[in-house]
Ligand binder design. Structure first.
Ligand code: HXC
Length: 258
């Protein structure tokens, strides 16, 4: 399918989705978020895709929601359309793993979009921030909530109150990103990680997403119970038999998602 604001390529069972509004540093407008949620939903349904990488350009993952598009809206407008609520909600329902590969600016909605992905790999030039405070508003799709869970209250308050940017080293130190790589290696590294994931049993990778997300969304007790039952349930799969047999026979497992 042809899109106006994103580019989708499928390579080695990985869908690589690039945000592509270079004239506005990939600012998130309604078209982009509609196309992105549609492309992710499509990738989730496509049997040829087993993992997804979401990236931007070298200069910007995304510099936030499109200020031009938002600036004249009223409270009733944004309340009524629930600005970006439905699209972000749709992204949280994607079951295949999504890696955000962040180079350059990930600000406001850009930082929030990266945090909706399952994990973030960033380039050495990455800059994360929640500068909405400078516009007289606050974060609207997770910048006060997900960021707090990633980096804790003190840094989340600092970022949201001062609007300062966090560089790649600080982002890694604070647990916002899983790895930092040299800028030119960002997409190859994220694609290699996605290919690694694509080799696994999809029943298991989808279960990992469900289980880790429980750590954010429920109590420890509920999360541990979910994890234990999920672990038990995977013994009903052929992939568990194959994975363990392959280990014992000292060969590579051939998972069939069964
Ligand atoms: C619309 C944007 C934009 C944005 C950049 N541009 N960010 N357009 N919305 N968020 C446009 C600029 O207007 C400019 O267009 C072009 O992209 C290049 O940007 P420059 O500012 O000239 O680049 P530079 O000097 O390198 O500065 C980069 C920057 C700065 C530091 C990232 O652009 C910036 O501060 N952007 C805004 C960041 C921000 O406040 N984000 C939060 C948005 S609110 P022209 O046509 O002039 O060349 C938000 C809320 C989310 O995200 C919640 C939603 C529910």
């Amino acid at each position: 399918m042809a899109y106006e604001t994103i580019i989708v390529e499928i390579e080695d069972e990985v869908a690589l989705i690039r945000l592509n509004r270079p004239e506005a540093l990939n600012a998130l407008n309604a078209t982009l978020l509609d196309e992105l949620s549609a492309a992710l939903t499509e990738a989730d349904r496509n049997d040829k895709v087993r993992a997804i990488v979401l990236t931007g350009s070298e200069k910007a993952f995304a510099a936030g929601a499109d200020i031009k598009e938002m600036s004249t809206k009223s409270y009733v407008d944004v309340y009524d359309e629930d600005l970006f609520g439905a699209q972000i909600e749709a992204i949280t329902r994607i079951r295949k793993p999504i890696i955000a590969a962040v180079s350059g600016y990930a600000l406001g909605g850009g930082c929030e979009l990266a945090m909706v992905c399952d994990f973030i790999i960033c380039a050495e030039n990455a800059k994360f921030g929640q500068p909405e405070i400078n516009l007289g508003v606050v974060a609207g799709i997770g910048g006060t909530q997900r960021l707090t869970r990633f980096v804790g209250k003190s840094k989340a308050m600092d970022m949201n109150l001062t609007g300062r940017f966090m560089d790649a080293a600080e982002a890694e130190r604070s647990g916002l990103v899983s790895r930092v790589v040299p800028t030119p290696k960002l997409v190859p590294e994220a694609m290699a990680a996605a290919r690694k994931i694509a080799e696994k049993s999809q029943i298991a990778t989808k279960t990992v997403k469900e289980a880790v997300n429980r750590a954010y969304e429920t109590t420890l007790r509920e999360g541990l119970l979910f994890e234990r039952r999920a672990f038990h349930a995977l013994f009903a799969t052929e992939d568990q038999k194959e994975g363990m047999a392959a280990f014992l026979e000292k060969r590579e497992a051939q998972f069939r998602d069964r």
